[in-house]
Design a protein around this ligand. Structure first.
Ligand SMILES: C[S@@+](CC[C@H](N)C(=O)[O-])C[C@H]1O[C@@H](n2cnc3c(N)ncnc32)[C@H](O)[C@@H]1O
Length: 207
């Protein structure tokens, strides 16, 4: 499926995610419920396993999750031995940032940085350990679990283009030369993702 073929839905709106996380923050505060695990525990385990093999903790790579939600994937990496200060999550919903920070405190992950950022428009805050200062292509590994899917359900522009059309260029802007992008999607097949991301314009290669 092409991103232009998908019908927009509420999952592609910030209002929806703001409502979801407002409720999830309340649930966490009242019941300790950490919220939904998108695509289930198995997908977290599979991604963590791949990262352990390809970007082991000893590399001290700078890792950024796009649309980190409640932070489950980054907490999986923390548990697998990654240093908290190398882990970063961005989300455009302030409730998601609040929720993930609260959960982080209960898991010894307060040094994971969670911040508010619209991936399609703004560059994530420059991580302290990255050099040289001021550049955007500092990340060794970019992660996405369900966020490209959500973005692809946003309202199309006048030419019928989905907001997701902007996404691949944002990845190549932020990745270090030789950096990796790992994505789990429920709306797109492997070959569709390959067609959208591994293009001459992005310079990304499929491996
Ligand atoms: C399906 S949820 C997945 C959350 C998380 N990755 C997980 O696996 O639990 C999609 C997330 O993407 C975030 N999101 C959607 N569009 C975004 C954008 N343009 N910039 C940053 N975050 C975005 C939403 O707020 C939501 O947290």
């Amino acid at each position: 499926m092409n991103t232009a073929d998908l019908q927009p839905s509420k999952l592609g709106t910030k209002e929806h995610w703001d409502e979801v996380y407002e409720q999830e923050v309340e649930n966490f505060e009242e019941l300790g419920d950490e919220g939904e695990i998108w695509f289930g525990e198995e997908s977290v385990d599979k991604m963590v396993e791949w990262i352990l093999e390809n970007v082991p903790p000893s590399k001290r790579a700078l890792i950024l999750e796009v649309g980190s939600g409640n932070g489950t994937l980054l907490f999986g990496l923390l548990e697998a031995g990654y240093q908290a200060s190398t882990l970063h999550g961005i989300d455009y919903s302030p409730g998601a940032v609040k929720l993930s920070k609260r959960i982080a405190e209960t898991k010894g992950g307060s040094e994971i940085s969670f911040s508010e950022c619209d991936f399609l428009q703004d560059d994530p805050a420059f991580p302290e350990s990255a050099t040289p200062e001021g550049t955007t292509d500092v990340w060794d590994l970019l992660l996405d679990k369900g966020t490209y899917d959500a973005i692809a359900l946003g309202e199309k522009d006048e030419e019928g283009r989905s907001p997701a059309a902007k996404y691949p260029a944002r990845v190549s802007r932020l990745l270090k030369p030789g950096g990796l992008f790992l994505i789990t999607s429920c709306n797109f097949t492997e070959s569709e993702l390959k067609t959208s991301f591994a293009t001459e314009a992005t310079g990304l290669r499929y491996q």
